[in-house]
Design a protein. Structure first.
Length: 654
C-alpha cells in the first residue's frame, strides 16, 4: 500500500512466539470461556448488556444501542449515578474494606475504607454545592496523586458536575488553556506535592493560570506540603476547612442519564489546540467496569495497582472508575519509582500484597535497566496478572517483565486503547487467548477493528496499514456519539474501510497477523508519543517558533534507550543567527512553558533550513530517520537535499 510505505508501516517483523496462561490463572479467571467471542458476534449489540449488568441502575435503559439522527446512544433511557456505583453500593458488603490505599513520596501511608470514602466524598460534595457548583458545571482539577483527587472526582460525579482533570505536571499555560477551553469557573488544586523528597509547588502555577482565564475562578486548595501555608484570597477556600464546615453532611446523588457527561479530559490532537474528549456516565462506566473485570481480571477482594497518574485517561479509567465500580482496593502512589531506592515499587507490591499490577513500557524499560536485583529482593508472589499500556512494548522488555516481575506465572495483558476509546479495546483475554510478546492481541469480544490501506481496503495479514474501529462500543466518547467527528472522513490519512458505513479512525498504524492479533506500529498523524504520553507536534512547534530569533521548527521522536522514544526539536534560526546556547535554552523553556517538563526535548538541533519537498512541506519522516539513526532513502524529491548532511552531523555531534 502506497500510503503505508510512505509512513514506513510495512517494516515491522513481529516475533512468532506464543505463551499460554498458567492453569492456576485460568481456573480462577473472571472470563475463562472462549465462547464469549462468538456470543458477542451473534448477539451484537445486545451482548453488551453484560457490561451494564455490572452496574446498579436507578432506571433501566430501554435499549442497548440506539441510533438517532446520525448519532449513537448507549443504554438510552437508563439513569444512574457513577459515585453510587463506585462507593455507596459497596457499603452493605464491604464498608470496612479498603477502597483507596495511598503511599506518599515521603513514606507516608493512608487508606480509606469504603465507609470512610463515602463520608469524605459526601462532605466534599456538600462543600462543592455550598460553593455554588451545580449539575452540569465543569470543575477543573489540577492535583497530584493524593487521595483528595479521586475523592473530588467522585464528589463531582455525585452532584452531576463533570470534572476536567489536568495533569499536575502540566504548565500554568497548559492549565489556563484547558480551563478557558472548558469554560470552567471552579478549580480544585493543591499547595504542592513531593517528588524525590523535594517539595514541588502547584499553587503558584494555579494562580497564574486562574489569572489568565476570562471568568472569575473559585478555588479549593488542598494542603499537602508541610510548613507552607499560603494566605487565601477572596475566592479561595481550604479543603480541610470546607470539610470541617460540612462534617457529617450527606448529599443525595443526582440521577444522571446514561448519555450525560461524566467528565471531560483534554488530550493532544493534530491542531495547536488541546483536543476535548468527553466521556458518558452509562457507557463509559459500564465499559471501564467490564474491561476491568474481563481484561484486568479484577475481583473485589483484590489489591490492585495501576502506576499511572490520574491526570491521564489511564488513571481515570483504571485507578478510579473501573476498579472502584468493581469494589476492589485500588492503590495510589505519589512520586517516583526510584525514590528513595530503585526497589520502591516492589517494596509496595510486597507490603500491600498487590494481586494485579498495570504499568507502562517506559517504566518496564527503566526497571530492566536498573537490574533484576531490585525486584529479586522482594516477595512478589501475590501477583496474579500483569498489564502494560501506552506504547508498543518490545519483546525483550515484555520477557523481562514476564520473568522478573511475574516469575513466569502471571499472564501479561498488552492493552491498546486511547483517551478517545475510554477503555481497553485490543488485548488478549488473559485466560482465553495465548500471549504473543510484541503483539497487543485480538480486538476484545464485541470490538470490531480492522487494518486497512489508503483506499480503505483491508490489507493482507502481516501487512501494515491504518487501524480503524468499524463498530460502536459503550466507551465511545460523546464527540463520536453525537455525529461523525473523528469518524470516516476525519483524516485524509486514513479513510474508512471500503463498504463500511461508519468507522472511527484511530490514527494508529498497525498490522494484523493470521490469528487476528494486532501489533501497533505507532501514530500516523501529527501526534507523537513520548514515554507513553501524547503530544501534538503543532502545539510544540508553534510554541518554538514564537521565540524571538527562531524561524522554523519541526518536532519528531527518535529512539532513546531509557524512554523508548525521545523528542527531537529541529530548528532554524532567523538571519542565520549564531546558534547560541541561549537560543537552545529558549527552545527548551518554551516547550516547558506551554506543556511542562515531561515534553522537554532530548536534543535541539540547529539547521540552516529544514528539509522540504518541492511543494514546501517539511519532511518530518526524514528528520525522524535521522533521529533514529536509520538509513536515509532517496532524497531526490527534496527541494534542498544539501541540508541533510549538515543536519546529520549536527545530530551526531550532539
Ligand atoms: C496512543 C493513545 C490508553 C491509555 C494511554 C495512552 C499508543 C496505547 C498502546 C499499546 C502500542 C499503544 C497508541 C495510541 N498506545 N496503548 N498497548 N501498544 N501503542 O492514551 O494518550 O490517548 O495515547 O497510545 O499510539 O494511539 P493516549
Amino acid at each position: 500500500m502506497d500510503d503505508g510505505n510512505d509512513a514506513g508501516l510495512d517494516t515491522y517483523q513481529p516475533v512468532d512466539e506464543r505463551l499460554s496462561p498458567p492453569k492456576s490463572f485460568v481456573e480462577q479467571a473472571n472470563v475463562a470461556d472462549g465462547a464469549i467471542y462468538a456470543d458477542f458476534d451473534e448477539n451484537w449489540p445486545d451482548a453488551w448488556e453484560r457490561a451494564a449488568d455490572l452496574l446498579d441502575w436507578d432506571e433501566d435503559y430501554d435499549q442497548v444501542l440506539t441510533e438517532r439522527d446520525g448519532g449513537y446512544r448507549w443504554f438510552d433511557g437508563g439513569q444512574l449515578n457513577a459515585c453510587v456505583n463506585c462507593v455507596d453500593r459497596h457499603l452493605p458488603e464491604r464498608k470496612n474494606q479498603r477502597a483507596l490505599v495511598w503511599e506518599g513520596q515521603l513514606g507516608e501511608r493512608r487508606s480509606y475504607t469504603y465507609l470512610e470514602l463515602y463520608r469524605e466524598v459526601n462532605e466534599f460534595a456538600a462543600a462543592l454545592r455550598g460553593l455554588g457548583v451545580g449539575e452540569g458545571d465543569l470543575v477543573t482539577m489540577y492535583m497530584p496523586m493524593i487521595p483528595e483527587l479521586p475523592i473530588a472526582m467522585l464528589a463531582c460525579a455525585r452532584i452531576g458536575a463533570p470534572h476536567n482533570v489536568v495533569f499536575a505536571g502540566f504548565s500554568a499555560d497548559a492549565l489556563g488553556t484547558r480551563m478557558d477551553a472548558a469554560d470552567s469557573e471552579y478549580l480544585i488544586t493543591c499547595d504542592g506535592y513531593y517528588r524525590r523528597g523535594d517539595a514541588v509547588t502547584l499553587k503558584n502555577k494555579a494562580d497564574t493560570a486562574s489569572a489568565s482565564v476570562d471568568a472569575p475562578v473559585t478555588t479549593v486548595l488542598v494542603d499537602r506540603l508541610d510548613g507552607y501555608d499560603p494566605t487565601l484570597g477572596a475566592r479561595e477556600h481550604s479543603y480541610s476547612s470546607l470539610l470541617a464546615d460540612h462534617g457529617t453532611e450527606r448529599v443525595s446523588p443526582v440521577e444522571r442519564a446514561a448519555t450525560d457527561d461524566l467528565f471531560r479530559i483534554y488530550t493532544s490532537g493534530t491542531t495547536g489546540e488541546p483536543k476535548a474528549v468527553t466521556h458518558t456516565t452509562g457507557g463509559y462506566l459500564s465499559y471501564t467496569a467490564w474491561t476491568s473485570h474481563a481484561v484486568l481480571d479484577i475481583k473485589p477482594e483484590d489489591t490492585y495497582w495501576c502506576s499511572a497518574d490520574i491526570g491521564w485517561i489511564t488513571g481515570h479509567s483504571y485507578i478510579v472508575y473501573g476498579p472502584l465500580a468493581l469494589g476492589t482496593t485500588t492503590v495510589l502512589y505519589e512520586g517516583a519509582p526510584d525514590h528513595p531506592e530503585k526497589n520502591r515499587l516492589w517494596e509496595i507490591v510486597e507490603r500491600q500484597a498487590v494481586d494485579v499490577f498495570y504499568t507502562a513500557p517506559t517504566a518496564i524499560r527503566a526497571f530492566m535497566k536498573w537490574g533484576s536485583e531490585y525486584p529479586d529482593k522482594h516477595d512478589l508472589s501475590s501477583l496474579r496478572l500483569l498489564g502494560t499500556v501506552g506504547e508498543p512494548i518490545n519483546p525483550r522488555a515484555w520477557k523481562w517483565y514476564y520473568e522478573h516481575i511475574g516469575n513466569e506465572s502471571c499472564p501479561i495483558v498488552d492493552t491498546w486503547w486511547q483517551t478517545e476509546t475510554g477503555g481497553i479495546m485490543v488485548s488478549t483475554l488473559p485466560a482465553v487467548r495465548d500471549m504473543k510478546p510484541g503483539a497487543a492481541g485480538p480486538p476484545l469480544p464485541g470490538i470490531s477493528a480492522r487494518v486497512v490501506d489508503g483506499n480503505g481496503s483491508e490489507v493482507d495479514a502481516g501487512e501494515g496499514g491504518y487501524l480503524v474501529v468499524d463498530q460502536q462500543w459503550p466507551g465511545m466518547p460523546q464527540e463520536l456519539c453525537e455525529g461523525d467527528a473523528w469518524a470516516a472522513t476525519a483524516s485524509e490519512n486514513a479513510p474508512s474501510p471500503a463498504g463500511v458505513e461508519w468507522a472511527y479512525l484511530t490514527e494508529d498504524g498497525a498490522l494484523m497477523d493470521d490469528d487476528g492479533y494486532i501489533t501497533i506500529l505507532g501514530r500516523v498523524d501529527d501526534v507523537i508519543n513520548v514515554s507513553g504520553h501524547r503530544f501534538g507536534t503543532m502545539e510544540l512547534e508553534s510554541a518554538i517558533v514564537d521565540i524571538d530569533g527562531i524561524a522554523e521548527a519541526a518536532v519528531v521522536t527518535g529512539t532513546d534507550d531509557a524512554h523508548g522514544k525521545a523528542l527531537y526539536a529541529y530548528v532554524s534560526s532567523e538571519d542565520d543567527r549564531e546558534n547560541t546556547e541561549e537560543l537552545r535554552q529558549a527552545v527548551i523553556d518554551a516547550v516547558e512553558e506551554t506543556v511542562g517538563p515531561i515534553a522537554r526535548p532530548k536534543a535541539v538541533v540547529f539547521t540552516p533550513d529544514l528539509p522540504k519537498t518541492q511543494s514546501g512541506k517539511i519532511m518530518r519522516r526524514l528528520l525522524e530517520d535521522i533521529a533514529n539513526d536509520e538509513e536515509l532513502g532517496d532524497l531526490s524529491a527534496l527541494r534542498n537535499p544539501e541540508v541533510v548532511g549538515e543536519i546529520e552531523s549536527a545530530v551526531r555531534s550532539d
